[in-house]
Design a protein around this ligand. Structure first.
Ligand code: FRU
Length: 515
């Protein structure tokens, strides 16, 4: 069994809570990136993530771990996977997924061997990736399989695969067999692709089935973090393509997260699909993971960040946070994502609600302000034509959401606080023009997530405002702004942190593993 790390004093401690989320999952120490192993096991939701606890930067990957009874309130658990094996040297335990079998919880992940110069000369490449398993009887303590790795280079029976980049297995069961999709690329690194493997028993005999899908045109040179599920009767491949073109406006970011909707032929392993669709058109949403809830919903959490972009929380001793859990649906071949209904549990205080308010100048409403809150709005877009809403606003700072009736929606973080280098600050998207514009907005200490028209479009961003920038200001830009309805909720602490002073937490109770 993996040694459990108990000396957490050596980890990177959080020195300031100004940007540390109140209800989004973030690492208790150090760094996080991709969501991993999201599943429901023995009555609880388990959420793992790529984690480096020692410093607020990427380093040899561990798997951080949190659990929840309800997807709203989470609790940190001890680190689940620590890189200790030869096949994980250097890079650590990369992304993967989870599945229950025979009462045990199995994690399938990628061991990433980062070669030293001598090894690199021998293998002709700086890294090798192996697919591995670990299992647990209690969902907390994990043992890596003695038969690891269960898929290695030699198992890839195709010369159209760059055998060094094969990672991020998502495993599922179908008609008594186990399947795993893996992110990959062609040997010339020009085309991202998804590999399908099959096994009769999960633990051994993984066989290469097919290259299921590939970027034939401009859909990137590597596909990471594939996920696969049937949603509303359609097969959906969720994945994160990288090396995308942005200079000619083809893509919003050079890495994005999206879906292909179609049909997987389990006999041939080929996935026939339609065009690429974004899961989120904001600046910060990557490597999402999906899972099925016991009541049959497909839910998703993504990393609410992007590679190679300023993360100002690094100076506070931590880095990275997750999105809220979102429920996925397919309607008329289009993907929709909306906040899971369980988040309503965080609405601990009396809401502020009103209907049919018309304003003709910039207006803030009493009590409608905050750093951790939720807004549900319906706006008469036919009458209002052009308006904006400033959030996390003060005299000096604001993050601005704006809309005009021709269907342009903009998220502008130019003045949101600390300047974010490495990414754009203004995002303008097209939304289906409508008479009634519906917005569902989640604000936390350093993030905003905007769901437009029941999740037809989503925009997410990290922002770094001052703690005191908490106003929400409604601004008619062309005469009148007609608000059909507004609901405002202040949100509770969803994931208590042991060391942040304003988090009401009993360390002994919430963090028994920290002693
Ligand atoms: C995606 C990714 C994965 C990899 C992990 C490493 O963000 O690059 O492909 O497994 O991060 O931390």
């Amino acid at each position: 069994m993996s040694e459990q790390i108990t000396d957490f004093k050596q980890f990177s401690q959080i020195t300031d809570a100004r940007w540390y989320p109140r209800y989004h999952i973030a690492p208790p120490f150090g760094w996080c990136n991709d969501p991993n192993g999201m599943c429901y096991y023995k009555g609880q939701y388990h959420f793992f993530y790529q984690h480096y606890p020692y410093e607020p930067r990427w380093g040899p990957m561990h798997w951080g771990h949190a659990v929840s009874d309800d997807l709203a309130y989470w609790k940190h658990l001890p680190i689940a996977l620590v890189p200790e094996e030869p096949y994980e040297t250097g890079g650590g335990c990369f992304s993967g997924s989870a599945i229950e079998k025979d009462g045990k919880l199995w994690l399938m992940y990628t061991g990433h061997l980062q070669a030293n110069p001598e090894e690199e000369a021998a293998i002709g490449f700086p890294h090798i990736e192996f697919q591995c398993l670990a299992s647990s009887e209690d969902g907390v303590h994990f043992t890596k399989s003695a038969t690891n790795p269960v898929i290695e280079e030699a198992d890839v029976k195709s010369d159209e695969v760059s055998i060094h980049d094969i990672r991020d297995p998502k495993v599922w069961e179908h008609n008594g067999k186990y399947y795993a999709v893996l992110g990959s690329r062609t040997p010339d690194m020009a085309h991202g692709q998804i590999l399908l493997f099959e096994s009769k028993d999960l633990t051994t005999s993984w066989k290469f089935k097919a290259i299921s899908a590939r970027s034939e045109g401009n859909l990137g040179g590597m596909w990471e973090c594939p996920n696969f599920a049937e949603i509303d009767g359609q097969d959906v491949l969720v994945f994160s393509p990288m090396d995308l073109r942005t200079d000619d406006g083809t893509f919003y970011n050079d890495k994005v997260a999206g879906v292909l909707i179609g049909k997987l032929n389990y006999k041939t392993g080929i996935f026939k699909h339609g065009d690429f669709q974004y899961l989120d058109k904001g600046f910060d949403f990557y490597a999402p993971q999906i899972m099925q809830t016991p009541d049959g919903r497909t839910i998703m959490i993504g990393w609410l960040d992007m590679w190679n972009v300023d993360m100002h929380e690094i100076r506070d001793g931590w880095a990275g946070q997750m999105s809220i859990p979102r429920e996925l649906h397919v309607k008329d071949e289009k993907i929709f994502s909306t906040p899971v209904k369980e988040l309503e549990k965080l609405r601990k205080w009396t809401p502020i609600t009103f209907e049919d308010v018309v304003i003709d100048e910039a207006t803030s409403f009493d009590g409608v302000a905050g750093e951790a809150c939720e807004l549900v709005l319906t706006i008469d877009a036919a009458e209002s034509k052009k308006f904006s809403i400033a959030i996390r606003a003060s005299e000096l700072e604001q993050t601005v959401l704006s809309y005009n009736a021709s269907g342009k929606f903009t998220l502008d973080r130019t003045k949101s606080g600390e300047i974010i280098n490495g990414a754009a600050s203004v995002r303008e998207i097209e939304v289906e023009p409508t008479d009634k514009l519906k917005l569902h907005i989640f604000i936390d200490r350093s993030s905003v997530e905007v769901f437009i028209n029941d999740g037809a479009e989503v925009l997410s961003a990290r922002i770094y405002p001052k703690r005191t920038s908490q106003k929400i200001i409604f601004v008619p830009e062309n005469g009148l702004l007609e608000i059909d309805s507004l609901e405002f909720y202040k949100l509770d602490f969803g994931i208590p942190h042991p060391h942040i002073k304003d988090t009401p937490v009993d360390v002994a109770k919430e963090f028994p593993f920290l002693k």
